[in-house]
Write a protein that binds this ligand. Structure first.
Ligand SMILES: Nc1ncnc2c1ncn2[C@@H]1O[C@H](COP(=O)(O)OP(=O)(O)OP(=O)(O)O)[C@@H](O)[C@H]1O
Length: 822
């Protein structure tokens, strides 16, 4: 029988022998591959149904005996399963059409034995014939009845034996297996046949116990074949699965007129078969991307056994009698669909890990021997290829450390392992160094913050002392009226709570205060003066704004404050006027830097604008010259080209000049453009510095203003605060909250150093808020000052109009200017 070459599921039709063959309706082609059906239309009624069909298959087996069937249909699949391909042979058709006969045959008649026993016979014959490979065969027999699975190779004596079986379908890497299903080793044909018969017996017992008919269940006889080469030491081997499937009868429910149990069985059969049909339909349709195999146990169990990587053959059993014509057409239809299911079998190769390990060990040994031989030939000695010991590692690390320190000039490397160990050692050293640096950095920040907080406390105390001085009181001197604090010791100053208590006592006893400058203040000043200078020149001629620590050191120059404090009015001046004053006094230096930076930036912006204009001019000239050159070129081409003796084009003077000019312009353009780009980044940098200066100036001003005016007047305000319980509590609240917040911030800073800038900014803003809040509670109800400064240095505030006018404005025109450079 000629074979179809396409990679699809193969389908054969087998007819059940009958004396009543409907020859007038069913025709079998001479090629034994075609079946044509003709149904006589009903004479009494108008019949619009299709009455003629022609089906083509891989073969039609009419009156063929079991041997022919096996040889033409199954043998090839069995042979290929021995080579490592999965295979499936499946019988489909209506009840009584001969499926079981085809698959199993007559158990009692050797001549009429079916595909399964013949398969087993052929399998073991082949296994025995193939001397160079070793096979291991395992067998499983699964029955699916009413969508429930049953292991036919287990002892099943009672109904509960059936019910206790807990089989489920699993999937691993696209391969299907039934969990709980027993796979029995069969070393010979006889053992395998015993298992087949055992399964058949169990099936018969099941029929009796469950009162079911054999035709009502699907049966899958699985042969697992493991094949290993005996000649090579290859770690690969093959495992193939050969499924021999006897499906339940596919007759239609309506026709059987079944009731009760039979109806239930028929319903399950029809369901599973129609799911199978659906799955086959989807598989055969290239566009369908969902192949739902999980709808029934049958389809799920056969998921990896229909087409795809599996060598699949279907036998469509038909009963070619007139009364079964409808079933016959239905079976043949399904069979035709099956023919469209693609099948591209592949060998299932598996790697044996134990064998692979053995192979690697052997190879490793060979390579070592070869290496030793190689070393001996080139007189290399003292090289070890063994893994490096702990002691050796320690020595290597020591060497590396000395190398890094500079006490060792070179590290002698003899093997690759050593190279790797050296690299590892260097990596460890790097990481350790990194950790050290991080720790130092971290400690420095924590220390800096601590210092900053102390300074901040000192500032507050200093301001309070100043107020006290102006009122003529000293610490411990109680004037009864004023919040007079003077020469408080450092310890006293650190303890604000104690200080406030003391102040209250002072007011109660009415003692006076002195105005002497205190040693505590002097001490602070000395410390401040030792701080690093606040401003440092940078390479661009611009000046960097000092760091926080530096600023704080500078901020507390007491001379700044002492110089001006006596002239200060009791009523605080407007912020605009104060800002002017600040720029002349404390902020003079900062303001100077700010103005210088701004000037440099303005100059650069001017240069930037000019350069952009020049670039655009050059560009315009380039465009014009290019047009001229093109025009000249076109003229030359129109007039016809002249070539010199070397075959080069001769161009006239004018065109040459255009080309030369174009090149010159382009080079000018490139130079200018590069300069323009550099200038642009310089301006961005300058802009940042100016912004930074501006921010700093404003921050410093805020602090200064608070120190000089708000806190000073706050002595009065403070008294007012302290005279009322509410206000006293408020003050405590403010103080505690500030401390709590700062303590919290410190903890946060320690936990995440990256967040340092953000947290510090937050702290600063918070401090200012607190100061402002205290100020607004004072007797004069100062308008709330704006405390938020955005990144660009501009104010966001309600009553800052005046200050905004006096605040230095930043021109960003340089950034917005976009020359037409391309
Ligand atoms: N090719 C054949 N040669 C001889 N007898 C056959 C052949 N096909 C079927 N028969 C006989 O027909 C009867 C029904 O066959 P079989 O039990 O195999 O049908 P089935 O399709 O498996 O039915 P069910 O779906 O009920 O299992 C059996 O007695 C069987 O011996």
């Amino acid at each position: 029988m000629p074979q179809r070459t396409s990679n699809k599921v193969k389908v054969y039709v087998r007819t059940r022998p009958t004396n009543n063959f409907a020859s007038e309706m069913i025709g079998i082609g001479r090629d034994n591959r075609t079946i044509s059906i003709h149904r006589t239309p009903s004479a009494s009624v108008v019949d619009n149904n299709i009455n003629d069909w022609t089906f083509h298959f891989d073969g039609v087996c009419h009156n063929d005996n079991q041997e022919v069937i096996f040889d033409s249909i199954a043998k090839d699949v069995v042979d290929r399963s021995l080579d490592g391909y999965n295979g499936t042979i499946m019988c489909y058709g209506q009840t009584g059409a001969g499926k079981t006969h085809t698959m199993t045959g007559f158990a009692e008649s050797y001549q009429n034995r079916g595909i399964i026993p013949r398969t087993l016979q052929h399998l073991y014959q082949e296994i025995n014939a193939r001397q160079d490979v070793s096979y291991s065969v395992r067998i499983a027999y699964l029955e699916i009845y009413n969508d429930q699975m049953c292991d036919l190779l287990r002892t099943l004596n009672t109904e509960s034996d059936y019910q206790l079986q807990q089989l489920s379908i699993g999937e691993s890497s696209g391969l299907i297996y039934v969990k709980g299903l027993s796979y029995r080793i069969a070393n010979s044909e006889e053992e395998a046949l015993n298992l087949l018969f055992e399964g058949e017996t169990n099936r018969a017992i099941g029929q009796h116990i469950l009162n079911k008919q054999s035709s009502r269940s699907h049966c899958i006889f699985t042969i697992l074949i493991e094949c290993r080469s005996m000649l090579s030491s290859e770690d690969k081997y093959t495992i193939s699965k050969l499924n021999l499937v006897d499906l339940a009868g596919s007759e239609r429910l309506a026709k059987t007129n079944s009731e009760g149990v039979t109806k239930r069985e028929a319903t399950f059969i029809n369901k599973s078969l129609s799911f199978l049909e659906q799955a086959v339909l989807n598989l055969s349709d290239k566009k369908a991307n969902s192949h739902n195999f999980r709808s029934s146990k049958l389809t799920h169990a056969l998921k990896d056994s229909i087409g795809g990587r599996c060598n699949t053959v279907m036998v469509a059993n038909i009963w070619p009698e007139m009364q079964h014509l409808e079933e016959t057409v239905s079976t043949l239809r399904f069979a035709s669909r099956m023919m469209c299911v693609p099948a591209e079998p592949i060998i299932n190769e598996v790697i044996d890990p134990l064998k692979a390990l053995e192979n690697y060990k052997r190879e490793n040994k060979h390579l070592r021997e070869e290496l030793a031989l190689h070393d001996a030939l080139i007189h290399r000695t003292g090289i070890s290829y063994e893994p490096i010991s702990e002691q050796q590692l320690y020595e290597i690390e020591n060497q590396c450390r000395r190398f890094v320190d500079g006490t060792l000039d070179e590290i002698e490397v003899k093997s690759l392992r050593q190279v790797q160990a050296v690299f590892n050692a260097f990596r460890n050293i790097c990481r350790a160094t990194e950790r050290d640096i991080e720790k130092k950095h971290h400690d420095r920040h924590v220390h800096a913050n601590k210092y900053e907080y102390e300074q901040q406390d000192n500032q507050k105390m200093f301001a309070i002392n100043q107020n006290a001085n102006s009122m003529g009181g000293t610490a411990g001197d109680l004037d009864g009226q004023n919040f007079g604090l003077g020469a408080a010791s450092k310890d006293q100053r650190a303890n604000k709570e104690a200080l406030l208590k003391m102040t209250r006592n002072k007011r109660q006893t009415g003692a006076g205060a002195t105005t002497t400058k205190t040693p505590g203040i002097q001490q602070t000043n000395v410390k401040d003066k030792s701080s690093p200078p606040g401003l440092k020149p940078t390479g661009t001629g611009l000046q960097r704004v000092s760091t926080d620590d530096e600023q704080f050191s500078r901020v507390k120059e007491p001379s700044d404050m002492l110089d001006t404090k006596d002239q200060r009015p009791h009523t605080p001046p407007g912020r605009a006027a104060a800002f002017e004053e600040f720029k002349q006094t404390r902020g003079a230096n900062l303001n100077k830097i700010y103005l210088e930076n701004k000037e440099i930036m303005t100059t650069k912006k001017k240069q930037f604008g000019e350069l952009a204009r020049r670039i655009n001019q050059t560009k315009a000239e380039i465009d014009k010259t290019r047009v001229d050159a093109e025009r000249k070129k076109n003229e030359r081409l129109t007039m016809g080209e002249f070539l010199n003796e070397n075959g080069e084009t001769i161009i006239d003077e004018e065109e040459y000049e255009f080309i030369a000019k174009l090149q010159e312009l382009k080079s000018t353009y490139r130079v200018d453009y590069d300069q323009w780009k550099n200038l642009k980044s310089e301006i961005t940098y300058c802009q940042n510095l100016v912004n930074q200066c501006q921010n700093r100036l404003l921050q410093e001003f805020d602090i200064w203003y608070n120190e000089c005016y708000l806190n000073k007047n706050n002595s009065g305000a403070m008294d007012n605060l302290l005279t009322s319980n509410k206000n006293t509590n408020d003050y405590h609240l403010y103080d505690d909250a500030a401390e709590r917040f700062e303590r919290m911030q410190k903890e946060l800073l320690l936990s995440d150093l990256d967040s340092m800038p953000f947290r510090q900014a937050q702290m600063r803003t918070n401090r200012r808020h607190i100061f402002d809040a205290a100020a607004t509670q004072g007797p004069w109800k100062q308008a709330p000052t704006t405390t938020v400064i955005n990144n660009s240095g501009s104010f966001h505030g309600r009553t800052y109009d005046q200050e905004q006018q006096s605040a230095p404005s930043i021109s960003t025109s340089g950034n917005r200017q976009k020359p037409m450079v391309r």
